[in-house]
Design a protein around this ligand. Structure first.
Ligand SMILES: [Zn+2]
Length: 341
């Protein structure tokens, strides 16, 4: 234990006290893609009490270029990202608790999944989930760290409730980042994800050791291809807004109805379908039923059915990702036909 964190304890900003404080903290990582893999790896090596990883997706070949916790074996085994990440990370540091949740973070489960968090690190890929995290964290006064990247550009900002502008304040003043496309349509180079995640973890270390004076109070944007770096200071964001979330305390994303919600997974030619809350599926029985329909493979985490141009991936909670279509009606039709919940 002493040897494991020795170099970090030597660092003036952390020390023995800082390390001890960190080791009592629980962090939630929302999304384990390119940003999340790097964040999770650095956080687990730094030593905290618990890392909870929430991710709704499985690993695909196109992820390996930048999602550093995954390898070809994980794809062969059809592992969800959260499960593969947990396995790797627990080997990296057995002293801390690493938990995985193969789930879509939404208004129906956010209370449960984020309730013990001292900090939430953003590794998501969409605005909807970030607004939800922002509402929950501002309401419950939990710091969170926004991060996003596309192409060679990345952006990050700390949201410390009642001390800094929140995500909603920022979007009122700064043009939404990444709205022109996603990593699946515009591409991405791996270094920008590693860099932004590294900044997020550096900020995490400050927050987790209560070094709030050192915490960055504004927004940072970096373009590694054009060699540009830009800061927008907190005052320039906050003063222009009467924010619906942090000024008016109106948390509309927490009360949105997520039941039977469908989500188009940006640029991925895939659609996610959520079943009613509390649904459960027996994947073994489902596999037996679907074997007559098409090619079926399954493990304890997911079942996959190939039918025509589409592929259905179904999770034990009834959630499904249907790839090969961007048409919600087609996806819903396939879900009704084969899963039928
Ligand atoms: Zn705000």
């Amino acid at each position: 234990m002493a040897a494991r964190y020795a170099r970090q304890v030597l660092f003036y900003g952390i020390g023995k006290e800082g390390q001890k404080t960190m080791m009592e903290k629980s962090v939630v990582l929302a999304g384990c893609g390119a940003l999340g893999c790097t964040s999770a790896n650095l956080l687990v090596r730094s030593g905290i009490k618990c890392l909870k990883i929430i991710d709704r997706d499985y690993i695909e070949e196109s992820n390996l270029q930048r999602q550093s916790l995954f390898d070809e074996d994980d794809i062969k085994q059809n592992l969800p990202k959260a499960i593969a990440a947990q396995k790797k990370l627990q080997k990296t540091n057995s002293l801390i608790q690493v938990e995985s949740f193969v789930a879509d973070l939404n208004p129906t489960n956010i209370e449960t999944l984020l309730q013990d968090a001292h900090l939430v690190v953003d590794g998501t890929d969409n605005f909807e989930t970030r607004f939800l995290i922002n509402d929950y964290c501002v309401k419950n006064k939990i710091p969170w760290i926004y991060g996003a990247c596309i192409g060679s550009t990345g952006i990050t900002m700390n949201i410390i409730p009642s001390k800094t502008p929140c995500f909603r304040c920022m979007l009122e003043n700064v043009p939404p980042f990444g709205t022109a496309g996603t990593c699946d349509t515009e591409g991405i180079i791996a270094p920008i994800a590693s860099l932004i995640a590294s900044v997020q973890v550096a900020e995490s270390l400050k927050i987790l050791t209560n070094n709030y004076d050192a915490v960055s109070k504004g927004l940072l944007k970096i373009d590694l291809w054009r060699n540009e770096m830009k800061r927008i200071f907190a005052e320039d964001i906050k003063d222009k807004t009467n924010c619906i979330t942090c000024s008016q305390h109106h948390y509309e994303f927490l009360t949105k109805n997520a039941c039977s919600m469908t989500t188009t997974l940006c640029g991925r030619n895939a659609i996610q379908i959520l079943p009613p809350v509390g649904s459960a599926l027996d994947l073994v029985k489902l596999a037996a039923r679907l074997e007559k329909v098409g090619k079926v493979s399954y493990n304890s985490f997911l079942l996959r059915l190939k039918t025509g141009k589409c592929e259905l991936t179904v999770f034990p909670d009834g959630r499904s990702i249907i790839s090969g279509t961007n048409d919600i009606a087609i996806a819903k039709g396939l879900y009704a036909k084969y899963i039928g919940m």
